[in-house]
Design a protein around this ligand. Structure first.
Ligand code: ADP
Ligand code: MG
Length: 237
């Protein structure tokens, strides 16, 4: 497939999604380009997570379309969307959601293992992320033996290990203190950019959003404002 470099890697148009009587998305357009970091901001209940879930193929919108590299993904069946989530997308959640019984390197290797990569190869590829993300030496620790910030770095490695086109992060610093949250954002933005992935960060925190190139503000299921973030210090991991 030939892809125009100026066209967005992920392009959502006219997304509508209701849960019973609650209209979570009321016609949302949202796009992100390769190497770009976009923040989705807005108060609790404004539809941020629902937008992320529709964009990532976790939820099917009631109306509208989602394109990845120009191809509709919202119409795919659950099996094909699930395969896309393993290969084209990476995810970072608020509480890391690491598997507690597995050591960190095997947690990071999990997307590769689920995609059929051999165990030794998958673990070797997983371990290659630890040094660059500042968690070298913690490969065999279990999640319970990591600090909150270390756990999120492991989650970032897991999100990037399969070389996804888009990384989605929903309140990735929500369980961290302010300083650790800032460090985690620096690592997330820098690693995604170096991996060539577009990054979508959902947050209600302006201090988190400032790490991104662009900010999209939502209210009541609609995008009400969109702006380019002010210049900031170069990102350090
Ligand atoms: N699975 C669900 N079932 C019922 N209502 C939901 C569900 N998910 C979200 N909602 C509702 O949709 C609206 C938007 O929610 P959400 O996208 O989670 O907002 P945000 O992430 O901005 O806090 C809220 O009113 C929320 O209660
Ligand atoms: Mg949310």
């Amino acid at each position: 497939m030939t892809v125009d470099a100026s066209s967005p890697v992920l392009d959502c148009r006219g997304l509508v999604k209701s849960f019973g009587p609650t209209r979570a998305l009321a016609g949302v357009g949202f796009a992100v380009h390769a190497g770009e970091a976009a923040a989705v901001m807005g108060p609790s209940g404004s539809g941020k997570s629902t937008l992320l879930h529709c964009a990532a193929g976790i939820l099917r919108p009631d109306a509208g379309e989602v394109r990845l590299h120009g191809e509709r993904i919202d119409e795919l069946n659950e099996e094909r969307r699930s395969a896309l989530r393993r290969t084209a997308f990476g995810f970072v959640f608020q509480f890391g959601q690491l598997l507690p019984e597995l050591p960190a390197d095997e947690n990071v290797a999990m997307p590769l293992l689920l995609d059929g990569v051999g165990r030794a190869d998958a673990v070797a590829r997983a371990r290659a992320w630890f040094g660059p993300l500042g968690i070298g030496g913690l490969e065999r620790r279990r999640p319970g033996e990591l600090s909150g910030g270390q756990g999120q770095r492991v989650a970032i490695a897991r999100a990037l290990v399969a070389r996804p086109a888009v990384v989605f992060a929903d309140e990735p610093t929500g369980s961290l203190d302010q300083a650790t949250g800032q460090e985690t954002m620096a690592v997330l933005v820098d690693a995604s950019r170096r991996g060539g992935a577009a990054l979508v960060v959902v947050t209600h925190d302006a201090q988190v959003a400032r790490w991104c190139d662009r900010v999209v503000e939502m209210r009541d299921g609609m995008v009400v404002r969109e702006w380019h973030a002010p210049a900031r210090e170069p990102v350090r991991a």
